[in-house]
Write a protein that binds this ligand. Structure first.
Ligand SMILES: [Fe+2]
Length: 451
């Protein structure tokens, strides 16, 4: 494994040079008449030029060739015959399905098939339109071979990648990063990257078409807590000067894949500076805030990253985790409450067992509770938690579940509607019994609790 170097901080103004070329960053200006080492200067804009200074994101790249040196893009053939909807944002051609959905673990590629990260990516659900820069798409990837002389970028949005099985060595124009299960990474719109895997690998991707992921505001929590900025890591500059005949750059554009050939590696950025750069984050570093008296804080307390809509406090997408933590609330039903939401909730499991449903929801699978579709603990969990001894105890040990939550009402693709869907999911709630007793009187201990 290469010795990978990172810089700490969330969307800082970074500056990085590959140590093989000291002084590659121009001094005192961005675009000199001649760059050091004969490099080309290229700006990558992540926001409009005129975006407010607090939101403005761009980076300057100093590279061996500008990225415009490629042959024309041509539409990619679909990888699987008859599965043209592999990557799609065509939500109108699918039949709406308001049911609670649960997927068994998505199939890894067969051992005799060779599938790379891009070939193994499929849309599960989403809403909106990258052309209007408003929306979200959720994908599953399953792959077993490196991308090799192929790179990928999306013009449509920012990728948040959640590996579930198998680590990813990701080479980007900004440098290389190793992203293992229980870590995540964000690769923003336009940034080229190539994924190397060592074996069967699976994970989740959430793409936002609007703006960029940011850290949630902390309000009364204060200056520290949840995902702390210093724990985000951005790769240091790394380049290869490699001529390759028939190198392929794949562009995702308006929800379709296009391929262009060029005769060199695109990972030829010797130095860069700016605040528009990929990053990774180790979920075990999330500083959990939770209720220490009674009742529940809403799950927004577990938000790692958010992409906001134009309406204050309403997310196009939140990335939320449910890490190991202490559960200590008194006289409280401790599992997640029964819920109907004006948001869509897609959940995945990296490893372990999710507390509200110990069976059926498996690592590498998923669930979707759509707009206003009821959900909550299964019957077994309700009965157990209603009479449990409420001592402090550690929950979610050895577990990392997460949620992609969106204010948009997501449609499920034809592929996801028929693949690995658990037809019995609804049955987990059917045994929920009627406990209603019109003659109920508060027990003495209940009266005492309320004083
Ligand atoms: Fe919910």
């Amino acid at each position: 494994m290469a010795d990978l170097q990172y810089m700490s901080g969330f969307c800082n103004e970074f500056a990085s040079e590959d140590p093989r070329c000291p002084g590659a960053l121009p001094e005192g200006q961005n675009n000199p008449q001649q760059c050091p080492y004969g490099l080309y200067a290229e700006q990558l804009s992540g926001t409009a030029f005129t975006a407010p200074r607090t939101e403005n994101q761009r980076s300057w790249l100093y590279r061996i060739r500008p990225s415009v040196v490629h042959k024309p893009f041509e539409a990619e053939e679909p990888f699987e015959e008859g599965d043209r909807g592999r990557i799609t944002h065509d939500w109108d051609s699918v039949k709406p399905n308001p049911n609670q959905l649960r997927w068994n673990p998505f199939d890894l590629p067969k051992s005799d098939a060779k599938v790379d990260f891009v070939q193994g990516m499929k849309t599960v659900c989403g809403a909106g339109d990258p052309k209007a820069r408003n929306g979200i798409a959720i994908y599953i990837y399953t792959c077993n071979v490196p991308m090799g002389d192929k790179s990928f970028y999306t013009s449509d949005g920012d990728f948040l990648i959640v590996p579930q099985q198998g680590g990813l060595l990701i080479t980007t124009e900004f440098g290389r990063m190793q992203v293992d299960p229980n870590e995540i990474c964000v690769i923003q719109r336009g940034i080229r990257f190539s994924v190397h895997v060592d074996g069967p690998s699976r994970g989740y991707v959430m793409e936002v078409f609007n703006g960029h992921y940011e850290l949630p505001n902390l309000g009364p929590i204060g200056a520290n807590g949840l995902a702390n900025p210093r724990d985000f890591e951005t790769p240091c500059a790394w380049y290869e000067d490699r001529d390759v005949s028939g190198y392929t750059v794949i562009s995702k554009y308006h929800g379709h894949l296009f391929a262009a050939k060029q005769d060199h590696s695109p990972f030829d950025v010797v130095a860069w500076h700016g605040n528009y750069a990929p990053y990774k984050y180790d979920l075990s570093k999330f500083m959990v805030i939770n209720c220490v008296a009674f009742d529940h804080a809403d799950p927004s307390i577990f938000t790692v990253l958010t992409c906001q809509s134009n309406r204050a406090g309403t997310a196009i997408a939140d990335f939320v985790v449910f890490p190991p933590r202490w559960s200590v609330q008194e006289h409280t039903f401790r599992p997640p409450y029964y819920h109907r939401n004006c948001m869509s909730e897609f959940m995945g499991l990296i490893y372990g067992n999710y507390e509200a449903k110990e069976d059926g929801f498996q690592p590498g699978g998923g669930s979707l509770h759509s707009m206003m579709t009821p959900h909550g603990p299964d019957a077994e969990c309700f009965e157990k938690a209603s009479t449990a001894d409420l001592k402090p105890h550690k929950i979610a040990e050895g577990t990392m579940a997460f949620m992609f939550e969106s204010s948009l009402s997501m449609a499920v693709t034809g592929w996801a509607n028929k693949t690995k869907v658990d037809p019995d999911y609804y049955k987990c709630w059917q045994p929920l019994k009627k406990h209603f007793n019109p003659n109920w009187k508060p027990a003495l201990k209940d009266k005492a609790q309320k004083k």
